[in-house]
Design a protein around this ligand. Structure first.
Ligand SMILES: [Zn+2]
Length: 311
């Protein structure tokens, strides 16, 4: 009896807690559960820079992506003096659907303390790729020329962009183990993008250019249904893949530009100004702190204000 009462109390506490801090199915889930689920699938695993889990026929992709992600880990561990145990699962659609609630091919990560596992589609297909392809015939000639200058076809460029999201997924758990707080989902995404860009800009400047260009393409053409930071907080990837891509492109654009100004030291400042353990914060508080660190955040945030119909 005693036991069942405390169980009910616990259940109540958990329910109340999850109302106060809405961590829905799309939040970063438990590392061990995720790894257990990955282990139920018929996958191989091998160490290619990091441990990569992949299905039959996936070894080549594992060999391609693993070492670059391993390099990013080294880069952050040298710069921030904290280690992260990071692995990668490359999944086909049927396996993806078996073990994750995320829409197929939306890259994401599960983490716990200093361990993390990222999920990427095995083939460079799915919603993100499709979104990039949907812009192909509509982009301006200037942007089209910039794509050609990367040396990739438009399809190759879009594939590359999907791969680079893997570095964004390292950014999330790294920001956590380093001790940067998580006051809002948009803030977390902005920070993960800052990490990604810091690595690419230093080690792979050509890829940083590709990343920057994909951001421009999305922002140039896409008209979002959801646009406020409150909507993003509430619905997260539930806004739909393309709309989610639009939010990300705005976070990227800010992170990319700011990195050029402030470099790696801004990551250290983020930790000082947003220490872990503070929990969720209102957007006004987050933006006021960021504005103090670097002018321009409040103006940037107006991008996310509702537009009046006659504008
Ligand atoms: Zn993210």
């Amino acid at each position: 009896m005693q036991k069942s009462i405390s169980f009910i109390k616990l259940l109540l506490a958990v329910t109340v807690f999850s109302f106060l801090f809405p961590v829905n199915i799309f939040a970063q889930t438990n590392y061990h559960n995720s790894l257990e689920k990955v282990r139920t699938l018929p996958l191989d695993s091998a160490s290619h820079g990091i441990i990569v889990h992949f299905p039959e026929g996936g070894e080549e992709r594992a060999r391609e992506l693993g070492p670059m992600l391993g390099e990013a880990l080294e880069f952050f561990s040298d710069s921030l003096k904290v280690d992260l145990d990071f692995r990668l699962a490359l999944l086909r659609e049927e396996h993806w659907k078996e073990i994750t609630n995320y829409p197929y091919a939306i890259p994401h990560v599960s983490s716990e303390n200093s361990r993390a596992i990222a999920f990427l589609p095995l083939d460079q297909d799915g919603v993100v790729y499709d979104m990039m392809i949907s812009f192909k015939d509509r982009i301006s000639s200037d942007l089209s020329e910039e794509v050609t200058e990367t040396g990739f076809s438009y399809e190759g460029f879009s594939n590359k962009m999907v791969d680079l999201i893997g570095f964004h997924e390292i950014g999330h758990p790294y920001a956590n183990v380093y001790g940067i707080g998580q006051p809002a989902r948009w803030f977390n995404e902005f920070v993960a993008n800052y990490f990604l860009y810091a690595f690419l800009r230093t080690n792979y400047p050509k890829d940083a250019q590709i990343w920057d260009l994909s951001t421009k393409i999305i922002l140039d053409d896409y008209e979002p249904n959801y646009r406020t930071l409150e909507d993003f907080e509430e619905h997260y990837v539930g806004v739909g893949a393309d709309n989610y891509g639009w939010y990300q492109a705005n976070f990227e654009s800010k992170a990319n530009d700011l990195y050029e100004e402030r470099g790696f030291s801004f990551i250290r400042e983020l930790k000082e100004n947003f220490p872990e353990g503070e929990g969720k914060l209102p957007n006004e508080v987050i933006l006021a702190r960021l504005e103090k660190m670097e002018r321009g955040f409040k103006e940037w945030a107006t991008t996310f204000e509702e537009k009046s119909k006659d504008n």
